[in-house]
Design a protein around this ligand. Structure first.
Ligand SMILES: Cc1cc2nc3c(=O)[nH]c(=O)nc-3n(C[C@H](O)[C@H](O)[C@H](O)COP(=O)(O)OP(=O)(O)OC[C@H]3O[C@@H](n4cnc5c(N)ncnc54)[C@H](O)[C@@H]3O)c2cc1C
Length: 481
């Protein structure tokens, strides 16, 4: 009997470990509920709810193939070896199959589990599945990890030209086993269910992920390059939550994008090329996570920036978190995060830079808050995004390049449509005033909307001084703009 241990690969199609397990014989699936571990990792309640809803859908799909899905409790990952060993003994499992996960805790968990199972004579097979390229497989000529994305991407292109990762076979129905699937819990203690309005934005299941991918690659991908920076437009795929939970695979995404571009990834339509580029940023940050394990421990990629004199400003942090900084684009973006579990990429950069530069608050505060609220929260991408924005990371924004929030919103939300959607109290302002109501002057400002909590030019100068004072600083790096 084969066991597939499901984690961030909640799908039936193009699932490497599942396909390999089913090819070898009768298969059972298991998923571990690990609420204490999830809490330690700051996993958002809406993300945990998304996992449960996708497990429900997957259990139905596996059931059609007579593959039972079992649920076991392993509150912390330290409990995983004992829980899995017991299950393997009970079901007389010959081999356990799993798709690799990355990060120091994940790697340690899998190593300890493998050791415990192998000691009992149970085989363990792990597979590359979450990524197109195994971390550590795209390296410089001298064998080190790339620190610059464009160089990393060049090697990825060479590899893809040489061989394109193909999709794996979907398992066929097996003879019914005498094992019943477990009920999937609708909630896990400590993770409040999100409002129905949030759930409706992110329907569970592979059909929905596939629908999003198809509708994006059929039409929208052609406009991706020109529309992806405008938060009022549905210019991006909104697939991140599905990719993070493994409801869709990067191979499926790559194949769909290539199909829309006559098989080209370096030439042809600019929209498809740009989108594939984003999939490669996802790969790059996973490589960084593995190659530089300090970022997995929440340390700065650039060690010299650990000496930065971050401010302890709890009230300003709370104003940022709750979307009441008095800067409309920042507040609208934070409302979007709180209400939908997602934020547009351009705005993630803008709010992150505002927190770490204008407020000079440690990027780790922002990273943690994002993780606690994002439905697509992913350690590598989130850490990469925060360290890029705070100029502490690899290939990050040069420290002197600080976004000005009103200029960003004039550029990317010119009509103020996004701002007015999230801040209806500003809906009466014209398209100039809406970006910076403080400029309206007068004693009262706009009723119900606060004055800015910080002066943009003095806070900018403060950030520049703090970075200049670092012992040795590096200013190189490409721009994300
Ligand atoms: C401060 C900050 C924090 C972030 N935190 C996360 C996070 O926790 N999880 C996450 O998936 N992305 C994160 N990102 C990256 C990016 O903002 C989101 O992936 C994107 O907004 C998701 O929307 P989409 O699916 O419509 O993306 P699309 O534009 O359609 O891109 C397609 C896919 O490519 C990947 N991708 C796109 N941009 C990036 C990027 N810069 N880095 C890594 N992968 C990328 C995502 O998987 C995304 O679904 C963060 C960015 C910043 C600046």
């Amino acid at each position: 009997m084969q066991l597939i241990w499901l984690r961030s690969d909640l799908r039936l199609h193009d699932n490497t470990a599942l396909s390999a397990a089913a090819a070898r014989g009768p298969t059972v699936a298991v998923y571990l509920l690990s609420p204490e571990q999830w809490r330690e990792h700051d996993d958002a309640p809406c993300k945990v709810d998304f996992w449960l809803r996708n497990l429900q859908a997957l259990s139905g799909a596996l059931g059609q193939l007579n593959i039972p899905l079992l649920i076991r409790h392993a509150p912390r990952w330290d409990d995983a070896p004992a829980v899995l060993l017991e299950l393997c003994r009970q079901l007389q499992i010959d081999a356990v199959h799993l798709n690799e996960e990355y990060g120091i805790h994940e790697t340690r968990r899998d190593a300890v589990v493998a050791q415990a199972l192998k000691a009992e004579g149970i085989e363990v097979h792990d597979y590359l599945d979450q990524l197109l390229f195994k971390p550590g497989s795209v390296l410089t000529k001298t064998g080190s990890y790339f620190q610059v994305f464009s160089q990393f991407r060049k090697v990825c292109y060479e590899r893809l030209h040489h061989s394109l990762p193909s999709l794996v076979r979907t398992p066929l129905a097996q003879t019914a086993l005498n094992i019943a699937s477990d009920a999937i819990p609708t909630q896990v203690e400590g993770f409040d269910a999100p409002p129905e309005s949030l759930r409706e934005l992110w329907p569970a299941g592979e059909d929905e992920a596939r629908r999003r991918l198809d509708s994006f690659t059929d039409i929208q991908i052609d406009y991706y390059q020109s529309e992806r920076d405008f938060p009022a437009k549905p210019g991006t795929s909104q697939l991140s939550a599905y990719l993070a939970a493994g409801v869709i695979s990067p191979r499926q995404c790559l194949h769909a994008a290539l199909q829309s571009n006559q098989g080209e990834f370096e030439s042809g339509k600019v929209g498809a090329i740009t989108w594939i580029n984003e999939l490669l940023w996802r790969e790059f940050y996973k490589h960084i996570l593995v190659g530089y394990p300090r970022v997995s421990r929440h340390r700065a990629f650039r060690p010299e920036t650990e000496a930065l004199a971050w401010r302890n400003a709890p009230e300003e942090l709370a104003a940022w978190q709750q979307g009441r900084t008095g800067l409309p684009i920042i507040d609208a973006a934070m409302r979007q995060l709180l209400e939908t579990g997602w934020m547009h990429n351009r705005l993630r950069m803008v709010v992150a830079m505002f927190l770490t530069k204008n407020l000079l608050i440690d990027w780790r505060e922002g990273e943690r808050f994002f993780m606690r609220h994002l439905i697509d929260g992913d350690l590598a991408a989130n850490n990469g995004g925060w360290q890029w924005s705070s100029s502490t990371g690899t290939d990050s924004a040069p420290y002197f390049r600080i976004f000005n929030p009103p200029s960003q919103s004039e550029k990317f939300d010119a009509e103020g449509l996004f701002i007015k959607h999230w801040l209806p109290q500003l809906s009466g302002l014209d398209k100039k005033a809406v970006h910076n109501p403080a400029h309206l002057g007068g004693l009262f400002g706009v009723a119900g909307y606060p004055a800015p909590i910080v002066d943009l030019s003095t806070s900018r100068a403060r950030a520049l001084a703090a970075f200049k004072n670092l012992p040795s600083r590096q200013t190189a790096g490409s721009l994300h703009e």
